[in-house]
Design a binder for this molecule. Structure first.
Ligand code: B4P
Length: 179
């Protein structure tokens, strides 16, 4: 089984993906984590990821290459893709290498999304967890990622989940959908 989860920043994608991976024995691929890892290791890719700190999306080709590599390293696995694809181009590339069974769109309103990001920002070391960058990330989501809604809806695999409940409430809805 291959699942995609997308939604605005702060919608709980990372939080729910970890639970989905555990419950359904899927491999969790978070492009946010992959990119932060490149920065931490100081790789050639990582040295060119300054745009992340300003809330902009990273270039499609970089992200697609990282995901392809992960899939190739784990050919027999089912995957939960967390925060990937984030553009229609990424979605089209993914469709060439893997069949996606279900796409979950997590819905939260802007106010709640920013509130959650600022709360995490009190403790995390993420340079993008502040109000100015959170607003930019939300705009990037609206401009580049929301078009995935009609893209996957036309394929008949889009499922919308309300992300505004507690972590357990949201997961319970996801479990019903995937079981
Ligand atoms: P991500 O790492 O994906 O960051 P995110 O959108 O904020 O999601 P995250 O998973 O971290 O947060 P979550 O909503 O779970 O991306 C970071 C950056 O990387 C992007 O801005 C972009 O620059 C780049 N990038 C990543 N993928 C890319 C791609 N495919 N193409 C181009 N660029 C890409 O949770 C947020 C907070 O809410 C947490 O603190 C959590 O504890 C809390 N929370 C979760 N569920 C909750 C609930 N139900 N109630 C209350 N709080 C909750």
């Amino acid at each position: 089984m291959n699942i995609i989860i997308f939604g605005p920043p702060g919608s709980g994608k990372g939080t729910q993906s970890k639970k989905i991976a555990d419950e359904f024995k899927l491999m969790h691929i978070s492009t946010g984590d992959l990119l932060r890892d490149e920065i931490k290791k100081g790789t050639e890719i990582g040295k060119n990821l300054d745009s992340m700190g300003s809330g902009k999306l990273v270039g499609d080709d970089i992200v697609i290459d990282l995901v392809k590599k992960k899939i190739e390293e784990n050919p027999k696995k089912g995957f939960i893709f967390d925060g990937f694809p984030r553009t229609v181009k990424q979605a089209a590339e993914l469709s060439k290498i893997i069949d996606v069974d279900k796409v979950i769109m997590l819905m939260v309103n802007d106010k709640e999304a920013v509130k959650r990001i600022l709360k995490r920002g009190e403790k995390s070391e993420r340079v993008d967890d502040n109000e100015k960058v959170a607003i930019k990330r939300l705009q990037e989501y609206k401009d580049n990622t929301q078009p995935l809604k009609p893209y996957y809806s036309l394929k008949g695999i889009l499922h919308t989940i309300d992300g505004e409940g507690t972590v357990d409430e949201v997961f319970s809805e996801i479990k019903k959908l995937l079981s």
